[in-house]
Design a protein around this ligand. Sequence first.
Ligand code: HEM
Length: 450
Amino acid sequence: MGFERWFNRTLNRVWGFLEDRSGMPKWALRPQPDFTFKPSYWTGAFVANAFLYQVVSGLLLLLYYQPSVTGTFTACGQPIGSLSSAPAAWCSTYYIIHSVPMGSLLLSTHLYGAYAMIFLAFVHFFRGYYLGVYKAPREFSWMVGTLLLVTTLGMGFTGYLLPYTQISLNATNVGLVLAIRLPYAGPLTAPLILADGTGQGLLSRMFAAHILLLPLALGALLYAHIALFESHGIAPPATSDPLQRRRFTHAEDKKHVPFMPHIFFYITKWALLYVGLLLGIAALWPWQLPTYAGNIAATGVVTEPDWYFLWLFKLVDFQGVTPVLAVGLTTALIGFILLLPFLDRSKQTHPRDRPLFLFAGNSLLAILVIMTVWGGLTPGIVIPPMVVAERLGPPILVNLVVVALFSLRYQAAYRNRLVTSGAIHRLGGIYAPAPSVAPAARAVEAARHD
Ligand code: HEM
């Protein structure tokens, strides 16, 4: 007992010293309410941690990787069967796997870490979508987030080519055909991406984008994203109350849990678990390097991107969907996500109060999952419109019926409960109260909450 008290006192003194001398309370992120000690409130932080791991592992890989398509043998470090020469980019990747101590683990965690980062970014996005975190005052956080998602996918796209395997070169070429058809941006960026039209030109551009341009863009966007988060504070739980305040005051902040060290350690705990899982998975199932680009002995190499672009590849397989149409649809989807805060004008954040957007979100999720699995199972096979309708129609129809029935039932039940509890005057929008009561009651309520 005596030891415990001594230990706590010493720890407090050491922490007090650190806080005072580093000025930590001034630069640490703002305190957070108790309810945020749940992983679902820190999905963005998990994405940021994953990004951090990618930066560290990527810098280590950079010590060995050679961004060149010139045929070499020595860069491979050791004989590889009957191979006489292979592109240096591929050979240096081979060297990392077979000759660098822990190289296979490093490369595999970098690759699986990229998958995890993209997956977590989608989780963060869908969580925000369903819980309406994009509503005022967090519109800009959402828009910057959309750019982060696109940039993260760009990191995956540019990294895919770097080992210079035949499969990655094939898939990159398909992706580039789509990218250069982007309205306005496509023709402008085509010379920048394709360079002089040689393999080396393309690899150099992808390399520069992957290790410098996109990470810088991602870092800058992340800085803006976190600055906005710091300014608005964390979004409160989703609610049906349109008058709920969506920001804490600084006076309230004083009663919350300080970011340093409590929230920081909470996030660090999850970050350590993440790295542990990544190392474990990479140790058990190390990545296998496919054959190099230009290997004339290799037959039957399919054109397939990583899983996060399979949905787009499947879209191009649909009969009648030209590259221009595929790019148009993708641009429209990004536009919808970007402008979502201005399209969904309801004040409630709970998904049950936003049936239209609940339906749209479910449909988007279902389509992405189905097309990803479909693209993985049958890459490059042309799909007639009837089959598309048969596969995608039923889930969308079921979704429509379930959301519509639930919404009608819920609105009737909820409205009745509010009427009997006398709370109807607090709710505007779809539960519009009697005009004589509403404006005054709402003004009083709003003043109380502001
Ligand atoms: C590389 C990708 C991303 C990173 C690293 C990132 C990082 C973060 C971090 C650290 C937070 C603070 C709260 C939390 O941890 O959840 C946050 C919040 C937020 N993010 Fe992201 N984010 C990314 C992508 C996105 C995307 C794709 C969207 C939506 C389109 C988005 C929208 C938001 C919003 C609206 C908030 C405020 C939510 C709240 O206060 O609970 N972010 N993000």
